[in-house]
Design a binder for this molecule. Structure first.
Ligand SMILES: [Zn+2]
Length: 683
């Protein structure tokens, strides 16, 4: 249905540009095309009948409060309009929908008794769709290399994949998109009928016409007023044109066509004096000053029949008290460098009290341990949270397979950690021949049948982990494992899979792409993967050599509330036809420093800069202070790969040609200070 609309609207754009006058919107063209389809015409007529039956039920009340979100899309600072301009636009809408606009007095005496006080209030949202406090404004930068203008025919402004901004739930919010839309139209919106995609409901207004601007004809903020009229089912006073076409409102005189500019009163068409000063006409902003009472009834009916969920929305209510924490663990070298930062949303101001006695949103210089905080907001909502600060290197989970009896299945001996996935039994066994270390390891042999054995990772949703194990793939055989965002049998969400082929080549399969790498066959090797949940990054290493890195999660996952790291499945089948058969030993999950230690920077006590980054042959460290330092470089597993003294000087150069490519951390220590920096080594 959407494609149908887009196709017809595309044809219209040329027609719009060819007109002499500036059409305020594309409603008529859209409507005319829509009515050519019998199915749409039937749907539309049904909605007209519903409205006609309801029209006597309209009672004006103070309860029509509409939460509004304004999405600003901008290519430059000028288009990133100020909050004041947005506030003024909301004010103008409220004035016009409550006939408290000063210029309503311009209404000719003939029509004064018909002026409608619509009685709808519009408020910028105070609560976003997740319950967080908001100012009801979103701002999205539009890359000018990608997009010159949004067009009224494409609706791309509402779709992130085309550089736009996705709607907030259109049942709960009136969405207003403001951006650089193609010249030829001031704005557009469509009425409440089923053929509009829910995520496209709302109005679009060109940046130059939103709020009070310096545009000589359309700088009065009336485009939004007019488009909201369509959103609440109003038509133009001329219907679709001609004296036989109506707008289904009895107190707006039939008029033949649109008025432009600043006509002199009276204007006659279809044998009546026309209400050209109506907000739904095409005259200049300074000339349109009124809705009619009949238009008010039609809008209120559209609101209570088709858009009634807006009236139930909490969009202008009280935001929930929520605190999103950033937890930074202590390093294993410095005992008190952990931190907890809270991003608090609710009704400010907040009272924050930590178990340490601190009263700030953030606490720093923490040793490992448990910390709790109590938060109360101005609406007397309260929240108690507690956090555990661990140190990097803390082993979360490990299994060296030495404790199992070799004569029964692992899943029967350790069902809490290792279990058959989606089947009743698993055939992973314990083997003793040629172990990596110790005496035993786990063997998975595809010939044994269904052997999909999953290890729970306890639904981690934050921090970074180094997940490692020894792997042995006999020559001519294959191996495969999968990591899950959600490991429930029905509706599982796979994050990525890693396959080891019989030719010594492996690949990571993630989000439709394959990343190839090589691995040693017929021998044990150590596989590490840094899974950085906070930064959405995975890096795979084999025997300490970086092999691949990729993005860990995607937004849809987070929005659906899936845990990010749920389980690891050792598979019994590979995508290749080769027999799966492999050994696993020393499974371990360790809390790791995340890949962006820069987050600690505000709390660092030194001031060393590192460049270039990424780097190929050398890195340069520079500082204003000149004192002796120790410099140590660690790979992402925490292994020290370089150490040297930096004698007092402002610059120091380190040769990194010998390092393999990947992410490294540099720790710089003086007698009293320490700083961590990160760089990426390129081949
Ligand atoms: Zn219009």
């Amino acid at each position: 249905m959407k494609n149908y609309l887009l196709a017809l609207l595309f044809c219209l754009s040329f027609q719009l540009l060819a007109q002499d006058h500036h059409p305020r919107c594309i409603y008529d063209e859209w409507f005319t095309e829509l009515m050519k389809s019998p199915a749409h015409r039937e749907m539309y007529e049904a909605s007209e009948i519903a409205l006609a039956q309801a029209s006597t039920k309209y009672i004006q009340t103070d309860d029509y409060i509409i939460p509004v979100v304004v999405h600003i899309l901008y290519r430059n600072d000028e288009e990133n309009i100020s909050e004041e301009q947005i506030y003024r636009q909301i004010e103008i809408i409220n004035e016009d929908y409550n006939s408290s606009n000063l210029d309503v007095s311009q209404t000719p005496e003939e029509f004064q008794s018909l002026i409608g006080d619509i009685g709808i209030e519009f408020c910028l949202a105070s609560v976003d769709p997740e319950g967080f406090a908001t100012n009801g404004i979103t701002r999205t930068y539009v890359d000018t290399n990608e997009i010159n203008y949004f067009t009224s025919t494409s609706d791309h402004i509402k779709h992130p994949e085309y550089g736009g901004k996705a709607a907030w739930n259109t049942d709960d919010y009136l969405n207003i998109w403001v951006g650089p839309i193609t010249p030829g139209v001031l704005g557009y919106s469509l009425p409440p009928i089923n053929s509009i995609e829910p995520e496209e409901e709302g109005l679009v207004v060109g940046t130059n016409f939103f709020g009070e601007t310096n545009h000589d004809q359309y700088g009065g903020g009336r485009t939004a007023v007019h488009e909201i009229g369509h959103y609440f089912n109003l038509k133009h006073p001329w219907g679709i044109g001609g004296c036989s076409s109506d707008d289904y409102v009895s107190d707006t005189p039939v008029s033949e066509s649109a008025y432009y500019g600043s006509p002199e009163y009276p204007q006659i068409s279809c044998e009546t004096s026309d209400m050209f000063m109506n907000f739904m006409d095409y005259v200049d902003d300074s000339v349109m000053v009124m809705f009619s009472a009949g238009q008010g009834v039609r809008m209120a009916n559209a609101l209570t029949i088709f858009r009634s969920e807006l009236l139930e929305s909490n969009g202008c209510g009280t935001p929930l008290l929520i605190a999103q924490p950033t937890v930074i663990h202590t390093s294993d070298e410095i005992s008190a460098d952990g931190a907890i930062h809270l991003n608090i949303s609710g009704v400010a101001p907040f009272t924050v009290e930590w178990s340490t006695g601190a009263l700030e949103d953030s606490i720093v210089d923490l040793a490992q341990g448990v910390y709790s905080v109590s938060i109360v907001d101005a609406a007397e909502q309260s929240l108690e949270l507690s956090f555990e600060i661990s140190y990097y290197g803390l082993i979360i989970d490990s299994d060296n397979f030495e404790s199992y009896s070799s004569d029964s299945l692992i899943s029967e001996q350790s069902a809490a950690l290792w279990s058959a996935w989606c089947t009743e039994s698993a055939f992973a066994s314990i083997d003793l021949v040629n172990p990596m270390e110790g005496l035993q390891y786990m063997e998975i042999n595809g010939a044994d049948g269904s052997t999909e054995l999953i290890h729970t990772l306890d639904n981690q949703s934050e921090n970074a982990y180094d997940l490692s194990f020894g792997l042995y793939v006999p020559a001519g055989r294959a191996s495969k494992y999968r990591v899950f965002h959600d490991a429930t049998c029905i509706g599982s969400m796979e994050a990525y899979s890693v396959e080891f082929g019989s030719d010594g080549n492996g690949f990571v399969r993630v989000a439709g792409q394959n990343i190839e790498f090589d691995f040693p066959q017929n021998q044990w090797f150590l596989l590490n993967q840094l899974i950085d949940i906070d930064r959405d990054l995975v890096e795979l290493q084999i025997n300490s050599e970086p092999k691949a890195d990729w993005t860990f999660s995607w937004t849809a996952e987070d929005e659906n509330g899936y845990p990010k790291l749920a389980g690891l499945l050792f598979d019994s089948q590979a995508d290749s036809s080769v027999m799966v058969h492999y050994y696993v030993d020393d499974f371990q999950m360790v809390l790791a420093a995340n890949s962006d230690l820069d987050i600690q920077e505000p709390y660092m006590i030194s001031d060393v800069n590192l460049y270039p980054n990424p780097a190929k042959n050398q890195i340069v460290l520079s500082t204003a202070k000149q004192e002796d330092c120790t410099i140590q470089i660690y790979n992402f597993q925490g292994q020290r790969v370089h150490s040297e003294r930096w004698m007092a000087s402002s610059e120091y150069i380190i040769d990194i040609k010998g390092l393999s490519s990947g992410i490294y951390f540099v720790n710089i220590q003086t007698a009293t200070e320490s700083q961590n920096l990160k760089f990426i080594k390129l081949d």
